[in-house]
Design a protein around this ligand. Structure first.
Ligand code: CP
Length: 327
């Protein structure tokens, strides 16, 4: 999928569909912009008028707690009008196509769609079919990409560990089914992390993953040794055909993050997880709730990151020149 569609001729962000192909300047600009929104969350009045008069539609065709809610909070803090469309209660349940649903909402003067979809490429399809004044943010598509998750993860790493250049980072678990892992690896690589490791059973690692410039470890203890950041992944049982993990207990025995395994990492290592977490499967509760865990900080930073992405995309866009009749 071409990342070229994401940028305007001037190199500004028009859509956010994937991390792949974005420059380190673009990624750092998003992180720096998010930094300015962090203090807003601590104020009594948590709003700025940057997107007053703009309309944001959350179009989520797949379950979500963190991403959908933080997109909504982010848009509201920027003073946009926000609509959450529930596909089970919309006309897609009567057979309306994805593009017809988008065109219908576009006719209501929507400026920005945040799209989650079980099919890889659905946000790209929409982006190729909307006029210039309409913008798309990928909120997670199939196994392909979850760019705002990767950005909030990078924000979390920078907030806790500082510079990216000297870090050893391990991405651990079900890499095969994970859109989060793909986006994280592209972001870590673009930001110049010293060493990116992927750790997991061969059955849950994509073939030729080494081509992304990562070191592969199938032994958990070896993969965690001396790392600065551990990025755990959810075991995606709903995407498995049944044969990819032996049993949940055995998976936990071999790849679950316990306090004993965490002790192999650097003494200042942080533990991340995009959520939702499976306690007792990929992570032990003592680690998930422990002092090295930054899992809930990731959620909070997600608001600032999504505010930054929306502000950058809509802040740089021309006022609407609708091909539609006035209303
Ligand atoms: N990390 C993440 O995408 O979580 P949700 O599915 O709850 O949005």
């Amino acid at each position: 999928m071409s990342p070229g569609i994401q940028l305007t001729e001037q190199g500004n962000l028009r859509h956010l569909l994937t991390i792949e192909g974005l420059s380190s300047e673009t990624l750092l600009n998003i992180l720096d912009t998010a930094e300015s929104f962090i203090t807003l969350g601590r104020r009594e009045i948590k709003k700025v008028p940057l997107l007053r008069g703009r309309t944001v539609v959350n179009l989520f065709f797949e379950a979500s707690t963190r991403t959908r809610t933080t997109f909504e909070i982010a848009a509201k803090r920027l003073s946009a009008d926000v609509i959450n469309l529930n596909p089970t209660h919309s006309s897609t349940s009567k057979g309306e196509t994805l593009l017809d649903t988008v065109r219908t909402l576009e006719a209501m003067h929507t400026d920005l769609f945040c799209v989650r979809h079980p099919e890889s490429g659905a946000p790209h399809l929409i982006a190729r079919n909307v006029p210039d004044h309409v913008h798309i943010i990928n909120a997670g598509d199939g196994r392909h990409a979850h760019p705002t998750q990767a950005l909030l993860d990078m924000f979390t790493i920078r907030a806790h560990k500082g510079e990216f250049r000297n870090l050893r980072v391990a991405v651990v678990g079900d890499v095969l089914h994970s859109r989060v892992a793909r986006s994280q690896i592209h972001a870590l690589s673009t930001l110049g992390v010293a060493e990116i490791r992927v750790v997991g059973p061969r059955t849950l690692l994509p073939r030729e993953i080494e081509r992304l410039g990562v070191r592969v470890f199938t032994e958990m203890d070896e993969g965690l040794r001396d790392v600065d950041v551990i990025m755990m992944l959810r075991v995606q049982r709903e995407r498995m055909d049944g044969a990819q993990i032996p049993s949940e207990q055995e998976y936990f025995n071999l790849y679950g993050l316990t306090e004993e395994r965490l002790a192999l990492a650097d003494s200042g290592a942080i533990v991340m997880h995009p959520g939702p977490i499976n306690r007792g499967l990929e992570i032990d509760s003592a680690v998930a709730d422990g002092e090295r865990s930054v899992i809930l900080a990731q959620v909070t930073y997600g608001i600032a990151i999504r505010m930054a992405v929306m502000a950058i995309i809509l802040g740089g866009s021309e006022p609407r020149r609708s091909r539609l009749p006035d209303a």
